[in-house]
Design a protein around this ligand. Structure first.
Ligand SMILES: O=c1ccn([C@@H]2O[C@H](COP(=O)(O)OP(=O)(O)O[C@H]3O[C@H](CO)[C@@H](O)[C@H](O)[C@H]3O)[C@@H](O)[C@H]2O)c(=O)[nH]1
Length: 471
């Protein structure tokens, strides 16, 4: 009977969280699985599924909404972040359970749930249905290695099985007293530490832990993780046509929660010299202070830099008055763009980035040098690796006695250094060779592509094992 079910088409549900930095890699991974013959349903919030349905109407994957964040206010609804998490769990888990139950009666019973490790209740659903489960960690392998000891400490886990970590000394020391943005409720960010570190509960219960990374990016870290979990690198999760620079469709990579004004950006870039433009973006989740925005603006304006700057709609009011008009000959300010198109454009010489993991791996994969301005959490780890380990960028530090604002002179001197300073050639050389390694990993038969094939090959045996243990 089970054998019969296994022979039916393989169906994976991908449970995606809120936020551009989470949806993009999971959606791209979903498409890759679908292109290899797997039936994929992406289960997510109503706003996400509406946007994805609109952007990807002829897609080979389907979407189901499991939580109506539109009428309940999402992250800005009652109770803030915590309220959102509670409501998402309450209706999300009920609706997902119902969806999986309904599929049991069809030709496509669900065999595996690939879930964002960030969704605390996800692994319980796999146990309930005796199906396979894969946790998807949307940050870097080094971030997992840095957070894991913190998780053990916070949750009072003994973590005795933790093998010694050869490159631990290379990782920035992130300990509780030094993590104000994580641990303090008085900072600019909510106290989300329990939530972020709670991802490891989901790791421990998963059959696979998937990383949007590739083995050669940091082999020791990947090897170390394989001793702890069934860690599998499946990245970079970027569509191959971007890598080939054959850009055909804005929406192919994930979808844009914010409406992109890509074509105008690209037309603008088309008229610029190769390597002349500084692209500035701080991702989707980070909010800069007005002071920091003023310093970035000053650096760009005073130094006559050609720039393309993404300033999100809710941050536009922090721009210095007249900045956009005063710099219109040299710069373009947009509220959002198709970042992959921009990074793959020949005119872009470097990127100023907050170093969210997606932006980091995207810049590496397109061979774009980075001026890092890490703000919180894993940005600090990613920036450390960019500067100290891969040597593909420099960190523009905030030397202001702890306020965390990087001065315009500092920003400008790092831009100059990365574009034309003493270290510029070396940085360009390093990022170009890392780009090649990234592209090889995701090419057909590259390491990540092989891992995806192996994951698919293991689906049936793992699923059957769970079913037989449950019966
Ligand atoms: O104008 C823009 C700006 C960004 N992006 C895309 O949006 C994503 C942003 O992701 P990321 O660089 O990771 O930044 P955040 O959105 O801030 O990411 C959140 O999620 C990441 C993955 O968990 C974490 O590493 C970060 O710390 C967290 O802030 C990337 O794919 C970009 O290509 C665009 O398409 N257009």
């Amino acid at each position: 009977m089970e054998q019969e079910r296994v022979e039916k088409a393989r169906h994976i549900v991908v449970l995606a969280d809120q936020g551009q930095g989470h949806i993009n890699p999971m959606l791209q991974f979903s498409k890759r699985l679908a292109s290899k013959g797997i039936k994929i349903t992406v289960a997510t919030t109503l706003s996400n599924s509406m946007a994805m349905n609109a952007a990807l109407s002829d897609s080979i994957i389907t979407f189901t909404s499991i939580y109506d964040d539109c009428s309940e206010g999402g992250l800005v609804g009652p109770g803030g972040f915590k309220g959102f998490l509670d409501r998402f769990q309450a209706s999300g888990s009920t609706n997902l359970t119902k969806f999986i139950m309904d599929q049991e009666q069809t030709e496509h019973p669900v065999k595996c749930l690939v879930y964002d490790a960030n969704i605390p209740w996800a692994s319980k659903v796999t146990t309930q249905f005796c199906i396979a489960g894969a946790a998807f960690f949307t940050q870097s392998c080094a971030t997992a290695a840095t957070y894991y000891p913190l998780y053990c400490e916070l949750y009072e886990k003994t973590c005795l099985s933790m093998p010694s970590f050869p490159v631990m000394t290379e990782l920035p020391k992130l300990r509780f007293p030094n993590l104000p943005s994580l641990g303090s409720s008085t900072g600019r960010y909510p106290p989300i530490i329990m939530h972020i570190l709670g991802q490891f509960d989901n790791f421990e219960k998963a059959d696979w832990v998937l990383f949007n990374s590739f083995d050669k990016l940091k082999e020791e870290v990947v090897d170390w993780m394989k001793k702890l979990w069934n860690a599998v690198t499946i990245g970079p999760t970027l569509p191959s046509f971007y890598l080939d620079k054959r850009v055909e469709n804005d929406d192919e990579y994930g979808f844009n929660i914010h409406k992109p004004n890509s074509s105008s950006c690209i037309e603008w870039l088309d008229n610029k010299k190769t390597g002349s433009v500084v692209y500035v973006s701080f991702g989707s989740a980070t909010n800069l202070s007005a002071e920091q925005i003023a310093e970035v603006a000053d650096a760009l304006r005073q130094n006559n830099i050609t720039f393309l700057w993404v300033v999100k709609p809710d941050e536009q009011s922090k721009l210095p008055r007249d900045f956009t008009e005063a710099t219109s000959e040299k710069g373009l300010v947009v509220t959002w763009c198709s970042q992959l198109e921009v990074l793959s454009h020949h005119a872009v010489g470097c990127v100023i980035s907050h170093c969210g993991w997606n932006s980091t791996i995207e810049a590496i994969t397109f061979g774009v040098p980075i001026v890092a301005m890490p703000q919180i959490l894993d940005h600090i780890i990613n920036a450390h690796f960019l500067e100290k380990v891969w040597e593909v960028g420099l960190i523009a530090k905030a030397n202001d006695g702890g306020k965390g604002v990087t001065a315009s002179e500092e920003i400008c001197s790092y831009i100059r250094e990365v574009l034309e300073g003493e270290r510029a050639e070396e940085i360009r050389k390093n990022v170009t060779s890392l780009k090649e390694v990234a592209n090889e990993a995701i090419d057909k038969s590259g390491s990540s592509d092989k891992h995806i094939d192996e994951f698919i090959a293991q689906l049936d045996p793992v699923y059957l094992r769970h079913r037989s243990n449950c019966n």
